[in-house]
Design a protein around this ligand. Structure first.
Ligand code: ZN
Length: 59
């Protein structure tokens, strides 16, 4: 089991790099029982998409 702190780090890192199988497994496992981190992960994904669409519309 991993802490919320570690889960949030993995959730953020998965947007920047490919997580290892073990990291993905640990993150999924944590998200399966932690509603707070599920919400947080959605926010990361949302922010990432918002940032990308903003960058695509820069010029
Ligand atoms: Zn959590």
């Amino acid at each position: 089991m991993i802490s919320c702190k570690k889960a949030s780090r993995l959730a953020s890192e998965q947007l920047e790099r490919n997580l290892s199988l073990r990291e993905r497994y640990l993150l999924r496992l944590h998200l399966a029982y932690c509603a707070g981190c599920r919400r947080m992960e959605k926010q990361f994904v949302f922010l990432r998409q918002a940032t990308q669409s903003w960058m695509n519309h820069k010029d």
